[in-house]
Design a protein around this ligand. Structure first.
Ligand SMILES: Cc1cc2nc3c(=O)[nH]c(=O)nc-3n(C[C@H](O)[C@H](O)[C@H](O)COP(=O)(O)OP(=O)(O)OC[C@H]3O[C@@H](n4cnc5c(N)ncnc54)[C@H](O)[C@@H]3O)c2cc1C
Length: 264
């Protein structure tokens, strides 16, 4: 007789963890095998699950890998006392991770119209879907420039800092395009750093465009995607709306897109 747990398991592919990297006190990255029929579009998320033997605990996670990669990668927060991450943080190579069969999400290229500059605004683990998007060759066909902002509190939480400054330029498929078209714009709110403060402050006083040598964002030419904490999401959405940007969705491309389901 099949149990409720068996029924839930059917919604997942079993995968095997191949690598875990505790990059900071607050975050870690995970790599797993890729189920052969698992397909997703750059920027999507899926449910990932842990089978405790009694129940399956599941949470939404964005894939950070390119949609064509042979393995799957994720970036995870460590929530103190969190039902899912207090287990997930102890996972290691050889362990099972369940991968939801139905990836979805609104941070995909079809949710925003093509244009001049695409701004990707993220805080914390909100950078996850953008790591996948910037490895998609299509993003460089659709936009002249891609600006990737990552705001964190502490330096070690800028998990992809070295990769975004140097590594991606060696990427076999998009390295050349990334070198020419991708602009990385990190900022920290707690540690001292080359750039500090919230991204909303950099927008409010125009430092963002001054630093990049670009004209201020204009809905006629520019597009944006936002992923991160609720207060940044709200402030940026208000800011873009005030500037005349229209929200987009899959099937109805707009000037900007947010991950509606993203809570933190
Ligand atoms: C569409 C979507 C995509 C997501 N993608 C990711 C992802 O790629 N990586 C990831 O780590 N999490 C992601 N999350 C959050 C994730 O689903 C869980 O909330 C997270 O794993 C914590 O689970 P938990 O049970 O330990 O704590 P929960 O009980 O789920 O969360 C407890 C509290 O911790 C805070 N919190 C939860 N997640 C985060 C976070 N990522 N950053 C900062 N604070 C947080 C919130 O205040 C939340 O109320 C995503 C959520 C959604 C809805």
């Amino acid at each position: 007789m099949s149990t409720a747990r068996d029924k839930i398991r059917q919604k997942f592919f079993p995968a095997e963890v191949t690598d875990v990297n505790h990059v900071s006190e607050h975050m870690f990255t995970l790599r797993t095998t890729r189920p052969s029929t698992f397909r997703f579009e750059s920027g999507e998320f899926t449910m990932i699950g842990l089978d405790t033997g009694e129940e399956i605990i599941q949470r939404a996670y964005s894939m950070t890998n390119a949609s064509y990669d042979e393995e799957l990668t994720f970036l995870s927060i460590k929530v103190e006392g969190g039902a899912f991450t207090s287990r997930l943080r102890h996972i290691g190579p050889g362990d099972e991770l369940l991968i939801g069969r139905k990836p979805t999400g609104t941070l995909t290229l079809d949710a925003v119209a093509p244009g001049r500059t695409l701004y990707l605004f993220s805080t914390g683990t909100g950078i996850a879907p953008f790591m996948s998007l910037i490895q998609d060759p299509e993003i460089y066909n659709r936009y002249e420039q891609v600006v990737l902002n990552h705001t964190c509190r502490f330096k070690p939480d800028l998990v992809y800092d070295t990769y975004l400054r140097e590594g991606i330029q060696e990427h076999p498929l998009v390295g050349e395009e990334a070198a020419a078209q991708l602009r990385y714009y990190p900022t920290l709110t707690r540690d001292s750093f080359e750039r500090t403060g919230r991204i909303t402050e950099h927008i409010a006083d125009g430092r963002l465009w001054q630093d990049l040598g670009l004209p201020p964002m204009d809905p006629e030419h520019d597009r944006a995607m936002i992923c991160g904490g609720p207060s940044m999401l709200q402030t940026l959405t208000d800011e873009l709306t005030a500037r005349g940007f229209r929200a987009g969705d899959r099937g109805e491309a707009g000037d900007y897109a947010i991950e509606k389901a993203f809570v933190a």
